[in-house]
Write a protein that binds this ligand. Structure first.
Ligand code: SF4
Length: 250
């Protein structure tokens, strides 16, 4: 397929050289887009969210040309890539190079996901599910995206390959109490995925929160330990009842 669209620049705040970890089954380079419409307290990407820095798409594509003998995939993450007006043309240019494409998203932009699905521009989507729906304003740090996220759950399950994932992170609750997502809350998140998609044949990763001393959006979370492995195991034991292919990551 040829992509003759006019190329709009996409802001890439950082890139990582290729690795075998971030795109299952591929040797993939990573492009981190700037800006996000969420403010997750546990987010590590503060500089990207400010939109500072841009290595330029030409720089990233130039790098890909130097490693084309090894690299067969690209991960587009962020920030939130679906906010970038230049996303589709950029993906088209990756396709011209014969690369497989994985997109990481917070699910806030179902319209863009629908277009990417319709145009076959993405092979693998990883969507963050920010815990149970009633906690989304706290876990995403913004209000009013519930409908969009529910719509995205349905759409993501139609891509050729995909995963859902939740970081078992500390949550700032009413009264400023801060504590990790609980087993019942994670069970509610798993049930939500099943009810929104109408099925349970999904990959679902429960992920470890890792504190970072100088880069979390909410500095109150920096003194928290990483998610205890026992909590991850307890969460997994529960969510696997709803989504059999649930796994612990981290
Ligand atoms: S963790 Fe949250 S705030 Fe950070 S990039 Fe992802 S969706 Fe945006």
């Amino acid at each position: 397929m040829e992509y003759k669209v006019k190329f709009k620049e996409m802001k890439i705040g950082a890139a990582l050289e290729f690795n075998l970890i971030d795109y299952p089954g591929k040797i993939a380079a990573m492009a981190f887009t700037t800006l996000c419409n969420y403010q997750c307290p546990h987010c590590h990407a503060a500089p990207l969210l400010k939109g500072s820095g841009d290595i330029g798409t030409e720089g990233f594509l130039g790098y890909l040309d130097t490693v084309k003998e090894w690299v067969n995939g690209v991960v587009i993450c962020g920030g939130e890539p679906t906010l970038q007006p230049g996303l589709k043309p950029f993906l088209g240019r990756l396709r011209e190079r014969g690369l497989s494409i994985k997109l990481d998203t917070n699910g806030s932009n179902p319209k863009v996901l629908e277009q990417l699905l319709g145009e076959g521009l993405v092979d693998y989507v990883a969507m963050d599910v920010k815990g149970p729906k009633f906690l989304w304003p706290a876990t995403a740090g913004v209000e009013g995206h519930e409908e969009a996220m529910a719509e995205s759950l349905k759409l993501v399950a139609k891509f050729p390959d995909y995963e859902f994932r939740t970081t078992v992170a500390p949550v700032v609750r009413a009264g400023e109490d801060i504590s990790f997502l609980t087993v019942p809350e994670m069970a509610a998140a798993a049930r939500l995925i099943v009810s929104a998609t109408g099925g349970n044949a999904h990959k679902y990763f429960v992920q470890k929160f890792v504190p970072r001393k100088d880069g979390l959006l909410d500095s109150r979370l920096e003194s928290f330990p990483e998610t205890p492995h026992q909590l991850l195991k307890d969460v997994h034991k529960e969510v696997v009842k709803y989504i059999p292919d649930s796994r612990i990551r981290g």
